[in-house]
Ligand binder design. Structure first.
Ligand code: NAP
Length: 257
C-alpha cells in the first residue's frame, strides 16, 4: 500500500511549542518523521535540545528556539527566527502549558491565576497572532491548539486551568471563522489524562492518585503522548483539508457522557 501523500509534510515547516517534553516532543518527532522541518520551541533548553538531537539522529531537520511564550515579544522573535531558519512556517502546534496545583476556588491567589492564564491562554493567543500574520502573507496554513478535557468540562479545584483551556477553544473557534477564506485552518485537541512528565509530576506528588485515576478512565489506562500527537499531525495535514474550528477529544471516551 502507498503512503498517503496527504500526511506528507515534505518541504513544510512545523512550529511546535512545548516540544521539549511530553506531547510536544512526541509531536515534534512525528512531524519530522513525516518530512517536516521542525522548530522546537520551549523554555526547557535541555529537553528541547534532546528532541532536536533525536530528530537529527533520525535524519531530520530541527532547531531549538528558546522562548517564554507568556511574553509576546519572545513569541514574535521565535516566529521570526523560525521563518529565518527554515524559510517559512506552514503549520503550528501550540501545545506548551502548565498544570498548576489544585485548590479551592475561593483560596486561589491572584498571582497564581495570572500565571496560569499567561502560560495556558495568553501564550496561545500570542502564538496564533504572529503565526497568522505570517500565514496571511504566505497563502495559508494550519494551526492546532492544545486544550484539554478541562476545556469542555470543569476540572474542580482548577478554576484557572479550566478557564484557560475553555479560552483556548474560544480562540480556536473565532480564528477558524475569521480566516477560513484565507486558507488558514484552526483546530484544537482536547487530550484526556496522558502519561507525560506533567502527569507523572502530579502522580508523584500524590501516589494514591494513579489507581484512582485508572479506575475512572473508561479505557482503564492513560493515553500515550504519541496518541495525542497523531491527532495533532492529522489535523495539520492535508488529509484534514476541510476540517476547521473543531475541538477533537483524544481521551478514550473520558468526556463522552
Ligand atoms: P509537559 O510534559 O510538562 O510539557 C510541557 C512543555 O511546555 C515543557 O517542556 C515545559 O517546559 C513547556 N513550557 C511550559 N511553560 C512554558 C512557557 N511559558 N514557554 C515555553 N514553554 C513552556 O506537559 P504535557 O503533559 O506534554 O502537556 C502538553 C499540553 O497538553 C499542555 O498544554 C497541557 O495542559 C495539555 N494537556 C495535558 C494532559 C496530560 O494529562 N498530560 C491532559 C490534557 C491537556 P518546562 O518543563 O520548562 O516547564
Amino acid at each position: 500500500m502507498q503512503a498517503d501523500v496527504r500526511t506528507d509534510f515534505g518541504g513544510r515547516t512545523a512550529f511546535v511549542t512545548g516540544g521539549g517534553s511530553g506531547i510536544g516532543r512526541a509531536a515534534a518527532l512525528l512531524f519530522a518523521h513525516h518530512g517536516a522541518r521542525v522548530a522546537v520551541v520551549d523554555l526547557d533548553a535541555a529537553g528541547a535540545a534532546e528532541t532536536v538531537r533525536l530528530i537529527r539522529a533520525a535524519g531530520g531537520d530541527a532547531q531549538f528556539l528558546s522562548a517564554d511564550l507568556a511574553r509576546e515579544s519572545e513569541v514574535q522573535q521565535a516566529v521570526e527566527r523560525c521563518v529565518a531558519r527554515f524559510g517559512g512556517l506552514d503549520c503550528a502546534f501550540n501545545n506548551a502549558g502548565i498544570c498548576p496545583p489544585a485548590g479551592p476556588f475561593h483560596e486561589l491567589d491572584g498571582a497564581e491565576w495570572e500565571r496560569v492564564i499567561a502560560v495556558d491562554l495568553s501564550a496561545v493567543f500570542y502564538c496564533m497572532k504572529h503565526q497568522i500574520r505570517h500565514m496571511l502573507a504566505h497563502g495559508g496554513g494550519a494551526i492546532v491548539n492544545t486544550s484539554s478535557g478541562a476545556g469542555v468540562t470543569p476540572a474542580p479545584f482548577l478554576p484557572h486551568y479550566t478557564a484557560a483551556k475553555h479560552g483556548v477553544l474560544g480562540l480556536t473557534r473565532v480564528a477558524a471563522r475569521e480566516y477560513a477564506r484565507q486558507r488558514i485552518r484552526v483546530n484544537a485537541i482536547c487530550p484526556g489524562v496522558t502519561d507525560t512528565p506533567m502527569m507523572r509530576a502530579s502522580i508523584d506528588a500524590r501516589p494514591d492518585l494513579e489507581p484512582v485515576l485508572l479506575a475512572t478512565l473508561p479505557a482503564g489506562r492513560m493515553g500515550e503522548a504519541d496518541e495525542i500527537a497523531r491527532a495533532a499531525l492529522w489535523l495539520c495535514s492535508d488529509a484534514a483539508s476541510y476540517v476547521s474550528g473543531v475541538a477533537l477529544a483524544v481521551d478514550g471516551a473520558s468526556t463522552c457522557h
